[in-house]
Design a protein around this ligand. Structure first.
Ligand SMILES: Cc1cc2nc3c(=O)[nH]c(=O)nc-3n(C[C@H](O)[C@H](O)[C@H](O)COP(=O)(O)OP(=O)(O)OC[C@H]3O[C@@H](n4cnc5c(N)ncnc54)[C@H](O)[C@@H]3O)c2cc1C
Length: 411
């Protein structure tokens, strides 16, 4: 098919990116009576959102706002007003209004009752279309040509010049779902300050020995910390051993600190307490009372409840010369240093750190270098651990940018 330039009716507002942030921005613009067209490069919207629903979509976290906000590290002040305007309770109410029930899990994590994202996305898209949303999928935004937004579509090149634009293009992980980070140089060319995208909530690599056979096995009921100063308040959780390293929720919890250690010194260490419910003395007593001839492996599994994978992790991280020394082994069990060599690639990460700096945005999330252009979602420079914090900030910033864009049109 020959590519041709085609033109479409121009709405007042264009949202680019149909993830949770972009859809939420569109919803607020429509609610303010603004005509909205939403463009997405993929054949359907919300693909990463749907993926988030595959293992049970953790949409937010029920906890006090101070504690909640602290999970956004340095960005907590910038995000504060947005999270206050659309907090975990407001987000739950919003989900309920779509006819989807939620429940709070044991650790405060909030899930849709069916655990999936698809019913929620279906109901939301239906409501948005009823409100007048014009949806253009398979429209890849190519940047600006003068003041026009240019898109590539199966029918050719399209350009539009709306009054306002909300960019909600996501980060750069799982690029096959649509977010590729392609926007970074285009915004940089417009003098927009951008912190380079980096993997967040990612796995890390470390070489295992040839004897290692525990890839794919979980390590449950452990506690972790990164800096020695944090050893008094380790965080409990579980991780997964992979072919070439570790991943999983406890690893993601520390991924920002581990990433910074790696970038600073080329190496990083995650410390694990493999038996957080037993004291060092307790573990030592088990070793001392062991009947003669009982191997360490058998002792670990029969008296200390170690799984085969937990045993392998211990042996992989401790020099063989120390295996026969009960005092040292007890200390390693309570403070195992898991040395890490590198981050897994960005494309495998759950989310990204870096993005459009808050200093490049006004208080409405509009780019100061580009009046009328707003940004929202994961493409902003914040990061957070998994646990519902990612989606909450995407929704809250999308809502904030949508409201800001609607007010900008009114002026
Ligand atoms: C495996 C996995 C599990 C997750 N689980 C959870 C979870 O349980 N809880 C949680 O809080 N978070 C979770 N997340 C994170 C969460 O899904 C993301 O943070 C969130 O989807 C980001 O929303 P967004 O709207 O900013 O961007 P995205 O959802 O990435 O959407 C961006 C959209 O922009 C479009 N786009 C990009 N570039 C262009 C372009 N040039 N032209 C046109 N369109 C473009 C893309 O096609 C995409 O549809 C998970 C992520 C992954 C990968």
């Amino acid at each position: 098919m020959t590519r041709q330039n085609i033109s479409v009716l121009c709405p007042d507002a264009v949202v680019i990116g149909g993830g949770p942030a972009g859809l939420m921005a569109a919803e607020r613009l429509l609610a303010a009576g603004v005509s909205v067209a939403l463009y997405d490069a993929m054949p359907s919207v919300g693909r990463k959102f749907l993926l988030a629903g595959v293992g049970g979509m953790n949409i937010t976290k029920a906890e006090a706002s101070d504690r909640f906000n602290s999970h956004y590290y340095e960005a907590q002040n910038a995000l504060g007003p947005m999270l206050q305007a659309f907090d975990a309770n407001a987000l739950r109410d919003w989900v309920h209004q779509l006819g989807i029930d939620t429940f709070v899990g044991s650790s405060g994590k909030v899930f849709p009752t069916e655990m999936k994202a698809a019913p929620l996305l279906r109901a939301w898209l239906q409501r948005l279309k009823q409100a007048g949303l014009q949806l253009f999928t398979r429209h890849q935004w190519l940047g600006w040509q003068g003041a026009n937004l240019v898109f590539d579509s199966p029918k050719g090149r399209t350009s539009v010049k709306p009054k306002v634009v909300v960019l909600a293009l996501g980060g750069a992980s799982w690029s096959r779902l649509g977010s590729t980070g392609v926007w970074q140089p285009w915004l940089a060319e417009q003098q927009v300050g951008i912190e380079p995208l980096k993997p967040a909530n990612c796995g890390f690599t470390r070489p295992w020995t040839e004897q290692f056979t525990a890839a794919g096995c979980p390590i449950k009921a452990v506690a972790g910390w990164v800096k020695d100063t944090d050893s008094r308040s380790p965080i409990r959780g579980e991780l997964l051993l992979t072919q070439d390293g570790i991943e999983g929720s406890l690893v993601y919890r520390f991924s920002a600190q581990l990433r910074e250690q790696l970038l600073r010194s080329g190496k990083a260490t995650l410390y694990l307490d493999l038996l957080p419910d037993r004291s060092l003395q307790d573990v030592l007593a088990v070793f001392k009372q062991a009947p003669k001839g009982k191997t360490l492996s058998r002792l670990l599994s029969s008296k200390l409840g170690f799984s085969a994978a937990k045993r392998q992790l211990l042996f992989e991280c401790v020099e063989k010369s120390q295996w026969a020394k009960p005092l040292l082994m007890a200390a390693h069990i309570k403070r195992l240093a898991v040395e890490l060599e590198a981050m897994r690639p960005m494309d495998e990460a759950i989310s990204c750190a870096g993005g459009v700096r808050f200093s490049a945005l006004d208080k409405n999330l509009m780019l100061t270098a580009m009046p009328g252009v707003f940004c929202a979602g994961e493409m902003l420079d914040w990061e957070a651990p998994t646990g519902g914090y990612l989606l909450t900030a995407c929704f809250a910033t999308g809502r904030w940018a949508g409201d800001g864009a609607a007010r900008y049109i009114e002026h």
